[in-house]
Unconditional design. Structure first.
Length: 203
């Protein structure tokens, strides 16, 4: 019998997606839930909502709260954290590579490595050299993967996945879908997994 599935929608530039990416895999395994990794781009979603930047930048009090909250959450979960010197960073290349990883089974370790580079090491994840180094560290053929990631078909796949996020009514990341149920935010991760675990298989 198949296990219930949670769609995990996340953005590499998203601070709270960082927390969810770093935590989700062992929690899903413990809950008996399959993960469907859905990297996407928040920029087009925000633009459709009338925002030309992260709301954490548009609304400074919200941003100040978020950075302090991340410090608390990182300490709580034992995660190293360094506030990025640029926020949000360009995440297009990382998302394209992650989409290749979804098909080839290495999306989870790649996603964790990219998030660590961005939010623990303050590295420019939009630079091909940084992504290539991450891929090489995972024993993956960096040049070949980058070439596939930049192919027109894969670019279109990411564009369509981002459009799908908007069609589903997503407005932020991380988001978790269980059937038609939507859960938004790192603080809803456990709730989404619990909901999936009690749902009929495949529901």
């Amino acid at each position: 019998m198949s296990r219930p599935v949670v769609e995990f929608w996340y953005e590499f530039a998203s601070s709270y997606s960082w927390l969810a990416v770093m935590r989700i895999e062992p929690l899903a395994e413990a809950a008996g839930v399959e993960l469907a990794w859905r990297p996407f781009l928040l920029g087009p979603v925000f633009m459709a909502l009338g925002w030309n930047d992260s709301p954490f930048n548009i609304y400074p009090p919200k941003g100040r709260y978020m950075w302090r909250d991340l410090e608390r959450q990182a300490a709580r979960h034992g995660l190293p954290f360094r506030r990025p010197s640029r926020f949000p960073r360009n995440s297009v290349l990382a998302a394209r590579v992650a989409l290749v990883g979804v098909g080839e089974g290495w999306v989870a370790p790649f996603s964790r490595a990219v998030m660590h580079a961005n939010f623990a090491e303050d590295r420019e994840i939009g630079e091909p050299a940084v992504i290539a180094e991450i891929l090489a560290g995972l024993q993956l053929p960096a040049a070949e993967v980058l070439e596939r990631a930049q192919a027109e078909a894969n670019k279109l796949a990411l564009r369509r996945q981002t459009e799908r996020a908007a069609e589903l009514g997503l407005f932020g990341a991380p988001s978790f879908r269980v059937g038609e149920e939507l859960f938004w935010g790192n603080d809803r991760l456990e709730e989404a997994l619990a909901w999936a675990a009690q749902a009929p298989a495949g529901g």
